[in-house]
Design a protein around this ligand. Structure first.
Ligand code: ADP
Ligand code: MG
Length: 346
């Protein structure tokens, strides 16, 4: 068992799959559901600003300036999309105070004594502002994420950010399906946008608008349905879910907390390695079972033989020299069988 696991972990490392402990490698072959975070796991996590819809009397530059000023204090990937845009257009930023994150919804802050909000549809509906969701649907149906800027009184407009899907995402999901594994997308993002992205890569189920603290809950629900769940994520908000899942899988491109909470880390954030990791786990477990099988067979046959049990009936005896040799060979054979894992293709 240890030789198979050592060879398995070593082969994984060679393929860019970093396995933290043996238990993870054993658990992974049982997984029947893989839950994916969207941003940074299925997508690159580097969104760009693609549309601007200014619905206020402000000039476009002023509108972006207010929005970018708010986002200056945020660490969400959306914020860098907006800040990159404002930098590109040389738009001057203002001062913001009383900045606050509104979990799972967006941000708020005080600029020139006016309180501004920026975030998703939930944020707007929470504050009971007049806003026709239909105007953003044409964008969200294309997988774009809305950022709506408003004051306490009214909506000033919105921008759309769009994130590219990783090149390997689609194939990774298809390979999982071939292994009979279900895929689920778990995200704090807009439901329409998430569904569109999921359909592009072939993910079966989408759970959207999930607050960071509820990601763990959703994993637990799946487990209560009897599923063995692997969770793949990259963000700080994924860490509790990664820890709750039977197997947590982090992207090396993600945050340290995520990597710390996960049992497996995929180098370069390459999720096609996830399928390889599952295959590696199956291969290692098969190796362990073969080793145990042969070890038992040798001993069940060899020990009675050497002890002379078959002598009275069949006249069979084992010369002690051969017995010693056979004993050594049984160890050599399981080690060689374990080393075979190294030569197999994932
Ligand atoms: P996720 O990592 O899945 O996006 P979060 O909980 O970090 O989950 O965010 C949930 C949603 O809240 C985002 O999809 C976005 O719509 C909104 N949001 C969060 N932070 C910001 C921000 N700085 N600016 C605008 N919207 C934000
Ligand atoms: Mg993320």
């Amino acid at each position: 068992t240890p030789t198979a696991i050592i060879v398995g972990v070593g082969k994984g490392a060679h393929e860019g799959i970093l396995v933290k402990d043996a238990a993870t490698l054993e658990e992974l072959h049982k997984v029947d559901t893989v839950v994916f975070d969207k941003t940074g796991t299925i997508t690159l996590g580097k969104p760009t600003l693609v549309d601007i819809k200014n619905l206020s009397t402000l000039k476009d530059d002023e509108f972006i300036s207010i929005l970018a000023t708010l986002e200056k204090k945020s660490e969400h990937p959306i914020a860098s999309a907006i800040l990159n845009y404002s930098k590109e257009k040389n738009i001057k930023l203002l001062e913001v105070s009383n900045f606050e994150n509104i979990q799972g919804k967006g941000i708020k802050g005080l600029i020139s004594n006016v309180e501004y909000y920026a975030g998703n549809v939930k944020l707007v509906t929470d504050t009971n502002l007049l806003f026709d969701v239909a105007v953003i649907e044409q964008y969200t149906l294309q997988g774009k994420t809305p950022v709506i800027l408003s004051t306490k009184e009214k909506v000033l407009g919105f921008v759309m950010v769009s994130d590219e899907i990783k090149a390997e995402s689609k194939k990774a999901i298809a390979d999982l399906h071939r292994l009979g594994i279900r895929s689920v997308m778990l995200t704090g993002d807009d439901a329409q946008a998430a569904k569109y992205m999921a359909s592009l890569v072939g993910i079966d189920d989408v759970i959207a608008h999930v607050l960071p603290q509820n990601k763990l809950e959703k994993i637990r629900e799946l487990q209560l349905q009897g599923r063995i769940v692997a969770m793949a994520g990259d963000g700080v908000n994924d860490a509790p879910a990664l820890a709750q899942a039977n197997v947590g899988i982090a992207m090396s491109t993600g945050t340290d907390v995520a990597i710390e909470s996960a049992g497996i880390t995929l180098l370069n954030g390459d999720i096609s390695k996830l399928v390889k990791a599952i295959k590696l786990s199956k291969m290692t477990m098969r190796g362990i079972k073969q080793n145990l099988f042969w070890a038992f067979i040798y001993n069940i046959v060899g020990i009675p033989l050497a002890a002379g049990v078959f002598y009275p009936a069949f006249g069979l005896l084992l010369n002690p020299i051969f017995a010693g040799f056979a004993m050594a060979m049984s160890s050599v054979s399981v080690v060689l069988n374990s080393l075979r894992i190294k030569t197999k293709k994932l």
